[in-house]
Ligand binder design. Structure first.
Ligand code: NAD
Ligand code: UDX
Length: 466
């Protein structure tokens, strides 16, 4: 029986290993992590992450050929294939701070593997890493290798949160990079055999290590730059029209209050760090995205008579996209901080994000979020002007304005007449995700701003934006 161990039971390690276990009943999969609460949660009825379809997959495999454990060293030493899926945050200090990846967690995982291994290992880079990380890791592993043969593979993950299980079951492609030596090719084949149990052969691409590492960063950078910024035109019409060009394609052209998530900004910064000449271009992609968020805040404040001081504003959605509880780099953080900066009081509703998480996010500094969950402060002093509620109608009651920051489907189905009745007048809706029917809401009496759409006639007369 092939034994797989995955170091890192996070958004990638957990779902990816669950699907491997589901599709490869003859493989034993153990996911290990240094975070005790995380592993406990994986072994409970309340998994640590929300992902449609994940519960069912875990229920089918857990205890059969899928295990979660904090006994990192034991399972690493017993495994044939070790995936490393630890977090790779942006450095907060020292050389390359704010740009380069902090490989502390990766390095400590690699040193641990070198310490405990007693047999040959295939070590798979699952985390997104800067190019050439595999080479550095190889050095750590082979230095003092006690005669053990290590093969490093790069197998970047392309799943998107909210659709992780679908993406894993039916990937556009699986990418495996390895050494061009006979041993390297043998290792590639061993990993390919795992995926080939459910992924069609032609979708499994094999390359050298560098190409695989760079492809991941480049893919995320390309996706991030596609998310267009809003203009005076109707952005949905523009996206539809240009997306019909088969060279461009229809996906990933939805304007929003800005892209978020743990990957895009971090991976672009990584690319910026390694390629000086084109760095300006990619930096600009992040700058435009930051501008999207501050522009949205400006729009809210200027529309509400240039001040939100003391006004209650309801926030619908805090996660960085729908169908996830993940809030890493969510645009909601910047928007809420911007509104708090103008002394608004916020009432936040998100179906999957807890009060504790929101308070933590709003009090944390930039880049501080990507540290292991067990190192984050559990109960920060809460921000008084922020309340978190589990009911959207309660969030909207007595509010002057309502901001939609995540595209949860349920926001389309709310009773906006009831919401309108309960709000202060004039009642504003700022739709940062284009989820509501602006015309219908206007008929109810709302003043509506939808991202990337022509302005509400009422708002046209308001002061110009920066
Ligand atoms: P995460 O923070 O959810 O999970 C990482 C886990 O690794 C944490 O639970 C942490 O406790 C654990 N860990 C850290 N050091 C460890 C060690 N030495 N030993 C054992 N466990 C350790 O992160 P994630 O979102 O799963 O991302 C992991 C990697 O995958 C990152 O490099 C990320 O860029 C990449 N990635 C993420 C996504 C995504 O959508 N989240 C998609 C593709 C790739
Ligand atoms: C991304 C990549 O898509 C995935 O391949 C990679 O493995 C990890 O990073 P993820 O961050 O989970 O995945 O979600 P994604 O669907 O890419 O969305 C990222 C952000 O862009 C979200 O905030 C989303 O709301 C926003 N977005 C996406 C838009 O604003 N408009 C779009 O058209 C698409």
């Amino acid at each position: 029986m092939v034994k797989i161990c995955c170091i890192g039971a996070g958004y990638v390690g957990g779902p990816t290993m669950a699907v491997i276990a589901l599709k490869c009943p003859s493989v034993e999969v153990v996911v290990v992590d240094i975070s005790v609460p995380r592993i406990n949660a994986w072994n409970s009825d309340h998994l640590p992450i929300y992902e449609p379809g994940l519960d069912e997959v875990v229920q089918q495999c857990r205890g059969r050929n899928l295990f979660f454990s904090t006994n990192v060293e034991k399972h690493v030493s017993e495994a044939d294939i070790i995936f490393v899926s630890v977090n790779t945050p942006t450095k907060t200090r020292g050389l390359g701070a704010g740009k380069a990846a902090d490989l502390t967690y990766w390095e400590s995982a690699a040193r641990m593997i070198a310490d405990v291994a007693k047999s040959d290992k295939i070590v798979v880079e699952k985390s997104t890493v800067p190019v050439k990380t595999a080479e550095a890791i190889e050095k750590i592993l082979t230095h003092n290798s006690k005669g053990i043969n290590y093969q490093i593979l790069s197998n970047p993950e392309f799943l998107a949160e909210g659709t992780a299980i679908q993406d894993l079951l039916n990937p556009d492609r699986v990418l495996i990079g390895g050494r061009e030596t006979p041993d390297g090719q043998k290792a590639i084949k061993a990993l390919k055999d795992v995926y080939a149990q459910w992924v069609p052969e032609e979708r499994i691409i094999t390359t050298n290590l560098w190409s695989a590492e760079l492809s991941k960063l480049a893919a995320n950078a390309f996706l991030a730059q596609r998310i267009s910024s809003a203009t005076g035109a109707d952005v949905s019409e523009v996206s539809y029209a240009i997306g019909k060009d088969s060279r461009i394609g229809p996906k990933f052209l939805n304007a929003s209050v800005g892209f978020g998530g743990s990957c895009f900004q971090k991976d672009i910064l990584n690319l910026v760090y390694i390629c000086d000449e084109v760095a300006c271009y990619w930096k600009q992609v992040i700058k435009v995205n930051d501008y999207q968020k501050s522009r949205f805040v400006n729009r809210v404040v200027s529309s509400m008579f240039n001040t939100v001081s003391g006004k209650k504003i309801a926030i619908f959605g805090f996660a960085f996209k729908k169908d996830t509880g993940d809030t890493r780099e969510t645009p909601a953080i910047d928007v809420c901080k911007g509104l708090l900066g103008d002394k608004a009081s916020l009432s936040i509703y998100d179906p999957q994000v807890t009060e504790d998480q929101i308070q933590r996010d709003l009090s944390m500094g930039k880049f501080d979020w990507d540290h292991p969950i067990h190192l984050q402060p559990v109960s920060p002093t809460s921000i008084k002007q922020v309340s978190v509620v589990w009911d959207p109608y309660q969030a909207a009651r007595d509010a002057h304005g309502l901001c939609i920051l995540t595209e949860w489907d349920e926001f389309k189905r709310l009773d906006y007449e009831k919401i309108y009745e309960s709000m202060r007048k004039p009642a504003f809706v700022f739709d940062g995700r284009n989820v509501v029917d602006a015309e219908k809401l206007r008929e109810l009496g709302f003043i509506v701003y939808s991202i990337g759409k022509p302005l509400d006639p009422w708002l046209k007369d308001m002061p110009a934006l920066a």
